[in-house]
Design a protein around this ligand. Structure first.
Ligand SMILES: Nc1ncnc2c1ncn2[C@@H]1O[C@H](COP(=O)(O)OP(=O)(O)O)[C@@H](O)[C@H]1O
Ligand SMILES: [Mg+2]
Length: 292
């Protein structure tokens, strides 16, 4: 459904005009319903790759290559056509959910405004649909959450609201950029589980960006390992684990011993670096309170 060929992103310094190549000709494809993990350390170009797909690269930047979504070349599309495709087919879930919500409007307004059929619905129907969306992402006290303003809800609760809003637009492709990095570890696991469930239930494709190879392996069908603006290798989590092609991938793995049984060479090399990272079980979405 998504086919990216030879993607090059070049930014230029507004003062000197000096050009820097940020992405160096990356190619990958995504099948319908597939989840691809884009994994790499900070600064490796993961977010910029998503920005190129969304058409929100830095001003003055140049994007070369091909980004084809269900047969439409997004780079060749006009502004209006690209705007329509972005609005209908793509949904971004970013690290900080506050950025997605207007701080002076209640959650109900955010959800209702995101509904493609809001104009043809009565207010009561729209609110009922908003409550149903919240139910789908594990929120049970929907009345309270709908009436709340963003600052009154925890990060985990807000990220659920953002996911609900993304689903309501019936996108084809979810772009999740470190969607759980800003959350505490228990909430992280819950939000990942919800994202995964929504993706499967709605048959969505997803690009899941993270620096956490272990997390990506748990969520994704395939992983693309990025370093310095380049995709080094792409494979299933098993392929990446059993036959890493680069030292860099081995180092990323070594930092996360959870994925690898005791005695695995990758673990012994770097077990000290990782600490006791665990994947907690899921809890009740409604336990957490505001102010987290
Ligand atoms: N607005 C910008 N203008 C120019 N370069 C940028 C901008 N934002 C990020 N970069 C550079 O692009 C590279 C990739 O960044 P990014 O995609 O944000 O990395 P990641 O998401 O993997 O941490 C980095 O070297 C970063 O310094
Ligand atoms: Mg990033």
């Amino acid at each position: 459904m998504l086919n990216i060929e030879n993607l090059v992103l070049t930014v230029s310094d507004p003062e000197t005009g000096a050009e820097t190549e940020i992405l160096h000709g990356n190619s990958f494809a995504l099948a319908q319903g597939e989840a691809l993990g884009l994994v790499g350390e900070s600064g490796s170009g993961k977010s910029m790759t998503l920005k190129c797909i969304l058409g929100i690269e830095p001003s003055g930047a140049r994007v070369d290559g091909r980004i084809e979504l269900d047969g439409t070349d997004l780079l060749a599309s006009s502004g209006e056509q690209l705007r329509r495709i972005r609005a209908n087919d793509l949904a971004l879930i970013a690290q900080n959910p506050h950025g997605a919500l207007n701080p002076v409007l209640p959650v109900s307004r955010f959800l209702v405004e995101g509904m493609s059929d809001a104009r043809t619905m009565s207010r009561a129907d729209a609110e009922a649909k908003a409550a149903e969306l919240l139910h789908q992402v594990g929120i049970t006290d929907t009345e309270r959450v709908l009436r709340s303003y963003p600052h009154q809800l925890s990060g985990g609760m807000l990220q659920r609201v953002v996911i609900a809003g993304a689903i309501s637009g019936s996108p084809k492709l979810l772009l999740a950029d470190e969607p759980t990095t800003a959350l505490d570890v228990t909430t992280q696991a819950e939000v990942v589980a919800i994202l995964d469930e929504m993706r499967r239930e709605h048959g969505l494709s997803m690009i899941f960006v993270t620096h956490d190879l272990d997390l990506a392996a748990a969520v994704c069908d395939r992983l693309a390992v990025m370093k310095d603006g380049e995709i080094l290798e792409i494979g299933t989590p098993e392929q990446i684990r059993d036959h890493p092609e680069t030292e860099y991938t081995r180092a990323l793995m070594a930092a996360r011993p959870m994925l690898y049984p005791a005695g695995h060479p990758a673990q012994e090399e770097g077990a000290h670096a990782a600490g006791a990272a665990g994947r907690p079980g899921s809890g009740d979405a409604n336990d957490e309170e505001a102010g987290a």
